[in-house]
Design a protein around this ligand. Structure first.
Ligand SMILES: [Cu+2]
Length: 258
């Protein structure tokens, strides 16, 4: 009996260690604020909003590297956490895949330094798994965004099994050579980003999003969600949309209670 108890606690300790080393998440592509590719690496860059006073939006970090995109361009989002030395390599060697049971990832654009956010991609289940790329497309008909102090791309994640909500940002510039030609068909994507209890006033949140529960392995983004996120139109503004029409969204089944 004693042996088996010892074995169990050793196993439990090992599992706990595994999840603490690879839990939490940041984005490495686009190269985002306060990551190891900047001069301002923050030890909490991978932590959730509210952790040790971490602020929304973005964590409250300094401006990071600026990546220039064309409207219509695909961004192969990559995730990062401490322990990954070569952040451009997939799969990252020697890092586990604890994802708090996955959850809901949203990828959004802001043109006003993080005051408003518009969704351009969503993944559920095993997101954010650091072993895979999670492609999203900047809609072809978004306006150009030239001020890299104000133009941001963000990843947000509502974890399935923990009461944590993550938000990490990259400074970007968006060019759109077709803007004049598109005319009234230019607009921001209609779906607003989900924001989960940013104030963190309630210590025990009950935030659940579609995840893959207790799995520690995954096969990456599903074919169905890849198709939606790569078609370029699903999240795009549509001038023919009737007033009051519901914006496009995956069924995130996000429950937030206090
Ligand atoms: Cu975590």
């Amino acid at each position: 009996m004693k042996t088996s108890t010892l074995f169990s606690s050793a196993l439990f300790a090992t599992l706990s260690l595994l999840s603490s080393t690879s839990a939490h998440i940041a984005i490495s592509n686009p190269p985002a604020q306060a990551g190891p590719w900047t001069k301002d690496l923050n030890k909490n860059v991978h932590a959730w909003i509210g952790y040790q006073g971490k602020k929304f939006p973005c964590g409250g970090y300094k401006k990071g590297p600026v990546t220039t995109y064309q409207a219509g361009e695909q961004i192969d989002v990559m995730f990062w956490t401490f322990g990954i030395d070569d952040y451009k390599k997939l799969p990252p060697p020697g890092v586990g895949q604890s994802r708090h049971g996955g959850g809901s990832c949203e990828f959004s654009l802001s043109y006003d330094a993080g005051k408003t956010w518009w969704v351009i991609g969503q993944y559920t289940k095993t997101c954010p798994d650091i072993y895979y790329k999670w492609p999203v497309v900047i809609p072809h008909n978004v306006p150009a965004c030239k001020d890299s102090d104000k133009c941001l791309f963000s990843m947000s994640w509502t974890a399935y099994s923990t009461d944590q909500w993550y938000h990490h940002c990259a400074n970007i510039v968006i060019e759109n050579k077709d803007e004049a030609k598109l005319g009234k068909d230019v607009g921001m994507p209609p779906l607003a980003m989900t924001i989960v209890d940013v104030s963190q006033k309630h210590q025990k949140l009950d935030t659940h999003a579609v995840g893959d529960t207790k799995s520690t392995k995954s096969s990456g983004p599903s074919a169905a969600e890849l198709a939606i996120n790569q078609n370029g139109k699903h999240y795009a503004f549509d001038s023919t949309m009737k007033k009051g029409a519901k914006p496009f969204s995956l069924n995130l089944n996000l429950v937030v209670s206090h």
